[in-house]
Design a protein around this ligand. Structure first.
Ligand code: ADP
Ligand code: MG
Ligand code: ZN
Length: 560
């Protein structure tokens, strides 16, 4: 006697990704795997450690009907994942020898009510026939095998119970998705033989590298001119310019058209039919430039996009990778340019701080932004930095701006130590603007009021201009020597990584080009387009009001 399954509203995976898991975008490779697993295909996914394999079965498990059973070799890993899922509000449970009796009872109860979406079981449990019966009754509709290389007799991690997985799949007769970071051909062949009876699953074997995409970053000074010059250098080929705001997409598209390019704006505020028209034009014409917000791209499947530019810094390193990854899907050379400046950092930080998300989510978003800043401020090969974030080790690529022209570094130990000591002497309670005032010896009202003109670091940094200090602070953030504290309006705190520098046990080299190139700018940001100015000044006013109320310094990383 079977009870009808609850009707599950079909949900787009991207929506679940952000709503349940709190991630802004898929990591490289995840979207394709998720799609195949959701479609019920047998899959074998090989992805580097840290690449995000768990999500590739957890997310489909939530979107599919019925129960997903997950086989994983380590009890501790299972318990961690189950706890993390439960904290996200997902109905997940585990049956392992580490369970208390109460935990096991709770799992069986949930199973009998068809309430569980994910059930982790230790491979040893497969030895008992009862387990398979239980899974059948629980309407298991997908088997996920984590660390699938454990089925290989020749590997170091062989687990005899993994050999029972073939039986389990045949008996339940449901799709199986296998995951491993072990990429060698023998292990792969063995996994296919033992888990899929030799019938070919869909295989995803992709490191994260997209070697045909050239990576370039530039400090933003005149973004409109920079983008126009870059578009000109791309000689009328298809490209995308990503912008941080809707207004900016329209202004830049117009600028590009006036300069003789075939360009269109695209953003979520446009009518659906107007958006569809741009999508169609983009597919059809081979010289169109789409100037867009991140709303553009999810459905775009054009293999010969030759370049992608970011007029504004993306939100996160994941977003960056996904957006540039739309270029050069055909494998032919493609070019990218990402502009970044202090205003971008400030805007992105305030977007995170002012979002309604819970604190941990905001902290994670700040960390993802920091990772992107680290890439922007990289001192060596950018691809190495990017791939190492995603868990891939690699050699210098020869296809990025810093491989082409190595960054000039200078020994910044002294200024960095001065900055760190200003941070510590003021109790890690202030943003860069105030700290720079102290270093420059500016007797601002705030400096005097707090007695910071009596500190030994007062006027200790007169040898650098304000703009250069801003770059030093930006690079310190990019290198994660200091971190803005979201609980204290972005006051800068020193990280452990900075301690040896402060103690004089380590030196630090920063990029010279971006420091010497930094010009003191007028108080009104030339980088903020007219359209964005009202938004920014409203933000500033709001933050000032908040700061007033809390009697803490306004959170502005680079105050004027
Ligand atoms: P693997 O099993 O491939 O080694 P995990 O599944 O443990 O990797 O994921 C590694 C980390 O990446 C985890 O902290 C996870 O939360 C994070 N992660 C996974 N997918 C994403 C994503 N789309 N965006 C941001 N972080 C992600
Ligand atoms: Mg894993
Ligand atoms: Zn490189």
């Amino acid at each position: 006697m079977t009870v009808p399954l609850p009707v599950v509203e079909p949900q787009p995976p991207e929506a679940v990704l952000s709503r349940v898991f709190g991630f802004p975008a898929f990591r490289p490779g995840q979207a394709e795997i998720v799609e195949a697993v959701m479609a019920g295909q047998d899959t074998l996914a090989i992805m580097p450690t840290g690449g995000g394999k768990s999500l590739c079965f957890q997310l489909p498990a939530l979107c599919r009907e019925g129960l997903t059973v997950v086989i994983s070799p380590l009890i501790a890993l299972m318990r961690d994942q189950v706890r993390a899922l439960q904290e996200l509000g997902v109905a997940a449970g585990a049956l392992t020898s580490g369970n208390t009796e109460a935990e096991t009872d709770a799992v069986y109860q949930a199973l009998s009510r068809n309430e569980l979406k994910l059930l982790y079981i230790a491979p040893e449990r497969l030895a008992s026939g009862g387990t398979i019966d239980m899974l059948r009754r629980a309407r298991c509709s997908l088997i996920a095998v984590d660390e699938a290389h454990c089925v290989s007799q020749w590997g170091h991690d062989f687990r005899p119970d993994y050999l029972r997985l073939g039986d389990l799949r045949r008996t339940l007769n449901v799709p199986l998705a296998a995951f491993t970071a072990t990429a060698d051909a023998e292990t792969r062949t063995e996994i296919i033989k033992r888990l899929f009876d030799g019938a070919a699953p869909q295989i995803f074997l992709r490191g994260f590298d997209r070697p045909n995409i050239r990576l370039n970053f530039a400090v933003k000074n005149k973004p409109r001119d920079q983008i126009l010059a870059y578009a000109r250098s791309q000689k009328g080929q298809s490209g995308i310019v990503y912008c941080g705001t809707r207004a900016r997409t329209e202004a830049l598209a117009q600028g590009l058209c006036e300069a003789g390019h075939n360009a269109r704006a695209y953003h979520g505020g446009m009518e659906a039919h107007a958006r569809r028209m741009v999508e169609e034009l983009f597919q059809r014409e081979d010289d169109l430039i789409v100037v867009a917000t991140v709303a553009f791209g999810m459905g775009v499947d054009k293999p010969d996009i030759r370049w992608v530019a970011h007029a504004d810094l993306p939100k996160s390193i994941e977003g960056y990778y996904q957006e540039i990854g739309r270029a050069g899907r055909d494998g032919a050379p493609a070019d990218t340019l990402t502009l970044f400046g202090p205003d971008d950092i400030r805007l992105r930080r305030s977007q995170i701080d002012e979002s309604p998300a819970p604190l941990e989510r905001k902290q994670a978003d700040h960390a993802r932004l920091n990772a992107l800043l680290g890439l922007a401020e990289a001192t060596g090969c950018r691809r190495q930095v990017l791939l190492s974030y995603f868990g891939d080790a690699s050699e210098p690529c020869g296809n990025c701006d810093l491989c082409a022209v190595p960054a000039k570094l200078f020994n910044a130990t002294t200024p960095v130590r001065k900055a760190l000591s200003a941070i510590l002497r003021t109790g890690e309670s202030f943003g860069a603007g105030h700290l720079i005032d102290i270093l420059l010896g500016n007797s601002t009202a705030k400096v005097v009021q707090r007695g910071h003109d009596a500190l030994p670091t007062f006027a200790a940094g007169k040898d650098l201009s304000r703009a250069k200090w801003q770059v030093v602070f930006r690079q310190m953030m990019g290198r994660d020597l200091v971190r803005p504290d979201p609980e204290r309006h972005g006051a800068l705190r020193m990280t452990e990584a900075a301690r040896p520098i402060l103690r004089g046990e380590a030196e630090i080299h920063l990029r010279e080009d971006t420091v010497t190139g930094a010009q003191d700018r007028p108080a009104v940001k030339s980088l903020v387009s007219d359209e964005d100015a009202p938004l920014l000044s409203a933000l500033k006013a709001k933050r000032r009001a908040l700061a007033e109320e809390a009697r803490v310094p306004a959170y502005v990383i680079f105050t004027d």
